[in-house]
Design a binder for this molecule. Structure first.
Ligand code: 13P
Length: 251
C-alpha cells in the first residue's frame, strides 16, 4: 500500500496577509513535487488571500483550529462552514498548544473531528506525550488514549482520510527532535491502534506524520522510516527556501 507523503507547514501565530502571499510567490512551482502533498496551515486572517494565491498550483491550504459548532454565540471562534466556504481543505485539530493553552480536551477534539467531516475538511489530528510522560514510560498509553478518543464514532471511510500527526511535546520548538527510529516506533504503534479500531486496510491507508523540530537537514531521515508518511513542521516552514527543501526532502 503506498501512501502519498504529506508535508504540512504549521505557521502558528506568524505572518501577515502580505507576508503570506509573498511566501506563496516564492514557493510556487518549487514546493510542488510530484507525489508529495504540500499543505500550508495559516492563521485565519490569511486564509482567503492564501486560497486565492495558490490557485493553479498543487499547494493546499489548511486552518490551525476550528469550533465544532456550525455557528452560534461563540465569540472569537471560526466554524467549519466558514472554512469550507473559503476553499480551505485541511484543518489541524488538537495541536498540543491548543490542548495546553486553550484547554482542549480529547472530547472536544473528537467533536471537531466530526465537524470537520461534516463540512468536507480533512483533519490533521495531533497526538503526543509530554516530557514527564515520556520519562515515566507512558508515551504509548498517552497516544492510545488521544488517538482512540479522536477517532471515536468515525466511520471507516472517514478514518481512512484522517492525517495523524505524532508530535512529542518535548520536541516542539526545542530543537530536540525524536530520533527517526523512536518516532517510527511510536508511529507504528499508532498504526496498530488504527488497525485495532478499523482493520488492516484502513490502518495501511491512513497517513501518519511526525512533528517536532523537523527541518530540511533531518526530514529525509524521518521519511526513510517504514511508517512515517510526512511531517508537520512549525519553525522550519516559515522561510520559503526551507519549506521548499522540506517538500523536496519528502519525495
Ligand atoms: P516545530 O517544527 O517548530 O518544532 O513545531 C512543531 C509543531 O508544533 C508543528 O505543529
Amino acid at each position: 500500500m503506498s501512501r502519498t507523503p504529506i508535508i504540512a507547514g504549521n505557521w502558528k501565530m506568524f505572518k501577515t496577509v502580505s507576508e503570506s502571499t509573498a511566501f506563496v510567490q516564492d514557493v510556487k512551482g518549487k514546493a510542488e513535487v510530484a507525489g508529495v502533498e504540500s499543505v500550508i496551515c495559516a492563521p485565519f486572517t490569511n486564509l482567503p488571500a492564501l486560497v486565492e494565491a495558490v490557485k493553479g498550483t498543487s499547494i493546499k491550504i489548511g486552518a490551525q483550529n476550528m469550533h465544532f459548532e456550525d455557528n452560534g454565540a461563540f465569540t472569537g471562534e471560526i466554524s467549519g462552514i466558514m472554512l469550507k466556504d473559503l476553499g480551505v481543505e485541511y484543518v489541524i485539530l488538537g495541536h498540543s498548544e491548543r490542548r495546553a493553552y486553550f484547554a482542549e480536551s480529547d472530547e472536544i477534539v473528537n467533536k471537531k473531528m466530526h465537524a470537520a467531516f461534516k463540512h468536507g475538511l480533512t483533519p490533521i489530528v495531533c497526538v503526543g506525550e509530554k516530557l514527564e510522560e515520556r520519562e515515566a514510560g507512558q508515551t504509548k498509553d498517552v497516544c492510545k488514549v488521544q488517538t482512540e478518543a479522536a477517532f471515536q464514532g468515525l466511520s471507516a471511510e472517514q478514518a481512512t482520510k484522517v492525517v495523524i500527526a505524532y508530535e512529542p511535546i518535548w520536541a516542539i520548538g526545542t530543537g530536540k527532535s525524536s530520533t527517526a527510529a523512536d518516532a517510527n516506533e511510536v508511529i507504528s504503534y499508532i498504526r496498530e491502534l488504527v488497525k485495532g479500531l478499523y482493520g488492516e486496510q484502513v490502518a495501511n491507508a491512513v497517513r501518519i506524520q511526525y512533528g517536532g523540530s523537523v527541518k530540511p537537514e533531518n526530514v529525509q531521515e524521518y521519511m526513510g522510516q517504514s511508517d512515517i508518511d510526512g511531517a508537520l513542521v512549525g519553525g522550519a516552514s516559515l522561510q520559503p527556501a526551507s519549506y521548499i527543501a522540506l517538500v523536496e526532502g519528502a519525495k
